[in-house]
Design a protein around this ligand. Structure first.
Ligand SMILES: Cc1ncc(COP(=O)(O)O)c(C=O)c1O
Length: 360
């Protein structure tokens, strides 16, 4: 979370103020989701995310509950019509999507990066897309394996008319999105948006209204859209925090750039700093192919893994936290989301240099 956002939330924790500085006399947590105060928070958040991501008018923006994993069920419940869907498996998260879809429809493994232990993305020319797939699912940033799509596949150019579904949970708002290639995007909040509890879903209008009969009403995209994300009580505090993050993002500047474009520049610089250091080291390494290295999640390994515990202990003492890699991959992982300033990445590199020296 950006520090400024946490500080603002703390300052108005017990008494929210509107844009004109007028106190509401209550915490956002105490507001009715249908009251004018929360409606104004909601409408501003929705307008800001539409502006930040340049979401076209024929897409609906939904704020839902359930997180990224629930969307692995909600997407097939709404879009699959119980038929075939294509899934490209590029790491743990798309693997989970593939497995979950089989409860509601027939997922087809269109391509997988398993043969390289998810250190490469399968080339689109090799994707075996089904003729009748209802959609094609990809995870555009694999958080655990550190693999990112740096451009979205053009399904039409591959002879496929199905809509593209993207799980952009772990790099949402870190870069722009080419909506001409997307049918639906979903993302949990807890990386670049705000605290866990709200899921952002951006869906092309023509995809609404085809849910399976068994789809729970609260998870039916059309019902949610028709009710302005208020069919059930939305996660109000998470939406408020997301709104503060959107405002923070709108304030970001890099030269002439602002908002997500400025953020993207900073993310490129942060990732370059860390990857360049790793590539010039024989003490540390990153195994992901250069063309699909994630700007958000950088898994790295010590050549001598017996030093892992000492590395983590020293890192903690230096104020560098949460660096242990996911148990399925091992090693280390630096998650350098939007809110991590370049100074944080520089501090990590400085520590890594010092640790290497201390081990000589
Ligand atoms: C890319 C991706 N998809 C899905 C999820 C699952 O999100 P949740 O735990 O909110 O269900 C995560 C969580 O880290 C993720 O990184």
């Amino acid at each position: 979370m950006p520090l400024e956002v946490l500080q603002q939330a703390a300052a108005e924790m017990t008494n929210w103020h509107d844009a004109q500085g007028r106190p509401s006399g209550m915490s956002v947590m105490e507001m009715s989701h249908r009251g004018k105060e929360f409606i104004s928070i909601y409408e501003q958040a929705e307008a800001d995310v539409r502006e930040l991501l340049a979401v076209p008018a024929h897409f609906k923006i939904l704020f839902m509950q359930g997180g990224g994993l629930a969307e692995n069920a909600i997407v097939p419940l709404n879009l699959s019509r119980g038929e075939t869907v294509d899934v490209v498996v590029t790491g743990s998260w798309s693997e989970k999507s593939y497995k979950e879809a089989s409860k509601y429809c027939t997922p087809h493994l269109a391509a997988t990066g398993a043969d390289t232990h998810f250190t490469t993305l399968p080339a689109t020319a090799q994707w075996q897309l089904s003729k009748s797939a209802q959609y094609v699912h990809i995870c555009t940033n694999e958080t655990i394996h550190g693999v990112e799509f740096h451009s979205l596949p053009d399904l039409q150019a591959l002879g496929c008319d199905a809509p593209l579904v993207i799980d952009f949970s772990s790099h949402v708002l870190s870069r722009s999105v080419d909506w001409s290639k997307v049918g639906l995007a979903f993302g949990g909040a807890q990386k670049n948006i705000g605290p866990a509890g709200v899921t952002l879903v951006i869906v092309r209008e023509d995809l609404l209204g085809h849910a399976l009969k068994i789809c729970p009403s609260a998870f039916n995209y059309k019902t949610v859209a028709d009710n302005g994300s208020m069919y059930n009580t939305p996660p109000t505090y998470s939406i408020y925090m997301a709104g503060l993050t959107f405002q923070w993002l709108k304030r970001q500047k890099a030269g002439e750039l602002c908002g997500v474009a400025a953020m993207e520049q900073q993310n490129i610089a942060k990732a370059k700093l860390l990857y360049d250091f790793l590539d010039n080291s024989s003490f540390y390494s990153n195994k992901v192919a250069h063309d699909c290295r994630s700007r958000m999640n950088v898994p790295f390994f010590l050549a001598d893994e017996s030093r892992n515990d000492a590395f983590l202990t020293g890192a903690k003492a230096a104020g560098l936290l949460q660096l242990k890699g996911h148990k399925s991959v091992g090693g280390m992982r630096a998650s350098i989301y939007n809110a991590m300033p370049i100074e944080g990445v520089q501090a990590l590199v400085t520590y890594m240099q010092a640790f290497e020296k201390s081990q000589a």
